[in-house]
Design a protein around this ligand. Sequence first.
Ligand code: SF4
Length: 248
Amino acid sequence: MGKSSSLSEYWQLLELAEDYLQDGSRRAHPSLILPQEQAASPASPAAPAVPEPPQPAAQDQAPSSPGLADIAAKVTSCTRCALHRGRKHAVPGEGAAHPLVLVVGEGPGAEEDATGRPFVGPAGQLLDRMLKAIDLDRISNCFIANVVKCRPPGNRDPQPEESAACLPYLRAQIAVLRPRAILAVGRVAAQTLTGLSAGVGELRRRQLAYEGIPLAVTYHPSAVLRDSSLKRPVWEDLKRLKSTLGHA
Ligand code: SF4
């Protein structure tokens, strides 16, 4: 499969997730052509296809790390803020024990609360496809977490005091995971990790770091599902993250 084909497949997958969120079924789309695809001539050399995520060895899985397991146990029984009262399940996070990238969102939604797993449902499926486009996945080389580990009611933003109460867990996870880069998806995660009040549109253009770890900012998959015009900047951000990993 060539580069142009891989990109087309990626955007088709984004559209598919969008359709399921909006209609619960697949809709017909006009073909979406990216600028780099238009520029590619038939004689352009073919890029290797995006490989299927490798199946990790059991010892590479996050649950085998005592540090992560200890943090997860503390999260599960935590009552440090009012969010614990409404939760079905706390959502500590999941992924590789030694990740290239730590993905940070704002907090669990209804499906995450029901399952105890981060980024499930249409937004989670879109996140998986975004990561796959740059050879990442939540099993072998990413860890997925949130700023707050319990669902804010009605999917509202976490209150500052809730984020502050929960942040030590994320900081502890970062200390154990030591990712090569962090990807903050959405405004709440970006502002929490940077301490800045700017929006995603500004923060995604800046060179940032969190305690010496390169920090990339992009739009939340839920926002992309609501607004397809965000697909292009997300793809630009993913390419920059890929480049950062190549130089880390
Ligand atoms: Fe504890 Fe975080 Fe849940 Fe609040 S959101 S109860 S601080 S785990």
